[in-house]
Design a protein around this ligand. Structure first.
Ligand SMILES: Cc1cc2nc3c(=O)[nH]c(=O)nc-3n(C[C@H](O)[C@H](O)[C@H](O)COP(=O)(O)OP(=O)(O)OC[C@H]3O[C@@H](n4cnc5c(N)ncnc54)[C@H](O)[C@@H]3O)c2cc1C
Length: 414
């Protein structure tokens, strides 16, 4: 049941416990205070770092332009100002929803009156024999480990990047900039095929080559094993590829296992309604939330791993809990990726099965706007190195826009 109005709002006698000290968890703490909540807040986070931002890790940080400290979202001062009890290095192991008590790995517990689940996702591991020697990129520790390995391998060495999706492409781009030789191994016939569909993945196909980065598609890897100080990627056809370093960019896995005994509905994420509520005293936000998303095309249940969505969730839930009122606006998901010297931007939640047409620019120009449509209405906009075109097209997603109308108005040209 969707509750658009919450009759009981938070008061200063409430104690909100936030589990997960990432972007969504910290932005929620900030938003609660902004909304005027004066009660107690406890934030429990597994990592030992204060909340920080992840997108720069595969961009400016990996390139070496930024130190990891520049990604910090919650400074000592801002934590103090928030009056939140921030407990780092603490892993939640269970949630009792009847008493809103969070159990921690060290045997202690935190009891509040409302619990917000913001435990996000972790990098998927592929279970290869040499798993412990393979790198993934999700957090600050991963950067340190990868940099150590790259230092040992030496500049100019080859790095196999398994997975040509968003993270794999960004990692390859950053390593190339630093003088390494990334080789991207993609299982599909084209990168991003399963995310953006055949047309758009075709238009993006040339980017790695143009950037001087080797992409190998249709790669069937059977295992990665250790050999001496290095690694060997084994393929189903018997071929081998010996490299000093391997980075795996194979998507993310949702951190919801700790809720198995909670009685909450878990379905590849915590199932919540349009107001991010799982039940009266429990909400979920960010990457971990499978939420009822009300778009211009109707309501669907989705889990979206976007920076902007985590921010919007935090703002929405805090407003709902403090004022009792749902934020009226339609959430239009936004995502960007900087890869192969280009910027891909995605608005809406386009499906690879949607119809697609390029409405501005061309592959040759290296700059275009693509319009996705479903059942005759605009479902998403994807642009390549055309932020202005993307921004101007947002009106098409704020409300249902028939494709014909979008094409005749062509807002991306104004
Ligand atoms: C390298 C990288 C680059 C990215 N680039 C982009 C980009 O360009 N554009 C974009 O839109 N998005 C990007 N993203 C995605 C974006 O960063 C995420 O959508 C965002 O971080 C989600 O925030 P979150 O708080 O929901 O989850 P997270 O950031 O994953 O935070 C969850 C936190 O909860 C903690 N936690 C997990 N389990 C427990 C537990 N049991 N107890 C206590 N704490 C726990 C975790 O340790 C973590 O600190 C990128 C992500 C990565 C990793």
């Amino acid at each position: 049941m969707v509750r658009d109005v919450r009759l009981v709002t938070l008061s200063s006698s409430d104690h909100v416990v936030v589990v997960g000290g990432g972007l969504a968890g910290w932005r929620f703490v900030e938003a609660l205070r902004r909304e005027g909540f004066g009660g107690a807040i406890t934030l429990v986070g597994e990592e030992s770092f204060a909340p920080y931002d992840r997108p720069p890790l595969s961009k400016n940080v990996l390139v070496g332009k930024w130190g990891t400290e520049k990604t910090t979202l919650a400074t000592v001062e801002s934590i103090e100002e928030s009056r939140a009890d921030v407990r780092l290095g603490q892993r939640a192991t269970a949630l009792d929803v009847t008493t809103t008590t969070v159990h921690l790995a060290n045997g202690s517990m935190v009891q509040g009156t409302f619990v917000v689940i913001a435990t996000g996702t972790r990098a998927r591991r592929l279970g290869y024999s040499a798993d412990d020697a393979l790198h993934t990129l999700r957090g600050r520790e991963d950067i340190e480990n990868l940099n150590d390995a790259l230092g040992r391998a030496g500049e100019g060495s080859i790095v196999a990047v398994i997975g040509g999706g968003f993270i794999g492409a960004e990692v390859a781009t950053a390593l190339h900039t630093r003088g390494f030789v990334p080789v991207v191994l993609e299982v599909a016939d084209r990168p991003l095929l399963g995310v953006l569909g055949p047309e758009v993945s075709g238009w993006l196909e040339r980017l790695p080559e143009d950037a001087g980065i080797e992409l190998r598609t249709a790669q069937r890897i059977s295992d990665v094993q250790k050999r001496g100080n290095g690694l060997v990627v084994h393929f189903e056809n018997g071929a081998e590829f010996e490299v000093p370093t391997v980075v795996v960019g194979a998507g993310a896995v949702v951190n919801d296992e700790w809720l198995a005994s909670s009685g909450l509905e878990i379905d590849n994420g915590v199932v919540v309604d349009e107001n991010l509520m799982a039940r009266e005293n429990v909400g979920a936000i960010g990457d971990v939330a499978r939420f009822a998303w009300k778009s211009a095309l109707g309501t669907e249940r989705v889990r979206i791993e976007h920076w902007q969505v985590a921010n919007d969730h935090a703002t929405h839930l805090a407003h709902f809990l403090v004022t009792g009122m749902s934020l009226a606006h339609t959430l239009v998901p936004y995502f960007w990726s900087d890869q192969y010297g280009k910027k891909i931007q995605v608005l809406g939640h386009p499906s690879p099965k949607d119809d697609v047409q390029m409405v501005s620019g061309s592959v040759e120009e290296g700059k275009w706007v693509a319009l996705y449509s479903r059942e005759g209405s605009v479902s998403g906009v994807v642009t390549l190195s055309n932020p202005r075109g993307l921004m101007l097209s947002k009106v098409l997603l704020d409300q249902r826009t028939p494709l014909e109308e979008a094409l005749s108005k062509a807002p991306w040209t104004t």
